[in-house]
Ligand binder design. Structure first.
Ligand SMILES: O=P(O)(O)OC[C@H]1O[C@H](OP(=O)(O)OP(=O)(O)O)[C@H](O)[C@@H]1O
Ligand SMILES: Nc1ncnc2[nH]cnc12
Length: 355
């Protein structure tokens, strides 16, 4: 990745400032607590700086922050790169006209909303959140922005949960040709791709993050769907440790610090193998990234969606001066390009399956 500096000394400091709280908010969960990062002004500043270094000069006009923790990292990044900040909020918080996107959680669904007039067609957007677990939240954010015709350059997260090993696989796709990616995407859409077995690591992942007995089923499917949408590349850095041992119910059973343990991942690891692997996805340092064609073309993207990068129908060539008259319905996006005459032709199917 361009600008990636694995040896960046700031990353270790950021990683070790994040507290990992086992069994919060329920047994078996390793809660990645960024409030301790915020107490360390140097780590906080370094986190923001790393993102800013990555995104300045990328012509990004919108930073969309996801409620609630994306509201912490998003605004300073927006100010520093000269972009506006758009909050993506939980339902019924925004007073203006909104569009909504539901997403699947472990239990039930949640929803994000955005003021429809906050983002204009063709704007380049960065999505910011603290953490990616299943990626469902980020997918919903991407859908919101694309429904109004924005181009999501990347998604920037501070932490990737270790359960998401798919990031490593995605990195491997960078060398794939556009045709190979297309075939792969078709397979994935049919449920045959490598992500289609999204729950095959269910046992291994048990006890990490929000993971519980429900890993299989909806959650696995959500991961499989993500294979065609959210692409990411994450930095692996210090603080990596083995996941905790869990009993059959997903409760942590390994010896080590119990509830209330307040070390960073490194300390947790040393204290009994309880530290979740925390991965700072940081600017210029390989952060959680989802790139589309435009990003790839500018060398920023972690991975380019072949259809978009190649300018396939419904893909990424932008039409200057186009205006959004209404937001796209779910599952569609505003068709860009010159042949958008007539209502029928203005909505193009997304070049990837909805997640
Ligand atoms: O990748 P996913 O599986 O979608 O999970 C990631 C999301 O979960 C957390 O937010 P949460 O929904 O707990 O809301 P909060 O920030 O308001 O606590 C986190 O801040 C991300 O937004
Ligand atoms: N393990 C975790 N820690 C903090 N926030 C989360 N959101 C989803 N999983 C999480």
């Amino acid at each position: 990745m361009s600008g990636y500096k694995a040896e960046d000394p700031r990353i270790h400091g950021i990683a070790s400032s994040i507290r990992v709280v086992p069994n919060f908010p329920k047994p078996g969960i390793m809660f990645q607590d960024i409030t301790t990062l915020l107490l360390d002004h140097k780590a906080f500043k370094n986190t923001v700086d790393l993102f800013v270094e990555r995104y300045k000069g990328q012509n990004i006009s919108v930073v969309a922050g996801i409620e609630a923790r994306g509201f912490i990292f998003g605004p300073p990044i927006a100010l520093a790169i000269g972009a506006k900040f758009v909050p993506l909020r939980k339902p019924r918080k925004l007073p203006g006209k909104v569009i909504s996107e539901k997403y699947v959680l472990e239990y039930g669904t949640d929803c994000l909303e955005m003021h429809v007039e906050a983002v204009k067609f063709g704007e380049r957007a960065l999505v910011v959140d603290d953490l990616i677990a299943t990626g469902g939240t980020l997918c919903a954010a991407i859908r919101l922005l694309e429904r109004v015709g924005a181009e999501v350059v990347e998604c920037a997260c501070v932490i990737e949960l270790p359960e998401l090993k798919e990031g490593e696989r995605v990195t491997g796709r960078q060398s794939a040709t556009s045709r190979e990616r297309k075939i792969e995407r078709e397979k994935e859409t049919k449920g045959e791709g490598e992500w289609a077995g999204g729950d095959e690591q269910g046992e291994e992942r048990k006890g990490r993050g929000w993971t519980g007995d429900e890993e299989k089923g909806e959650r696995g499917k959500e991961r499989a769907r993500m294979g065609t949408t959210l692409q990411q590349r994450m930095l692996r850095f210090g603080g990596v440790s083995e996941p905790p041992l869990t009993d059959e119910a997903g409760r942590i059973s390994s010896a080590g610090p119990g509830d209330g343990f307040q070390g960073g991942p490194q300390e947790a690891a040393e204290a009994g193998g309880l530290g979740a692997r925390v991965e700072v996805a940081a600017a210029g340092a390989g952060l959680g990234a989802r790139a589309d064609g435009a990003a790839a073309a500018s060398g920023v993207g972690a991975w380019a969606d072949g259809a978009v990068a190649a300018g396939d129908p419904g893909g990424g060539s932008s039409s200057k001066g186009a205006r959004v008259e209404e937001a796209a319905p779910p599952g569609r996006h505003l068709r860009k390009g010159g042949n958008a005459s007539g209502r029928q032709r203005r909505w193009a199917p997304r070049p990837w399956a909805p997640c």
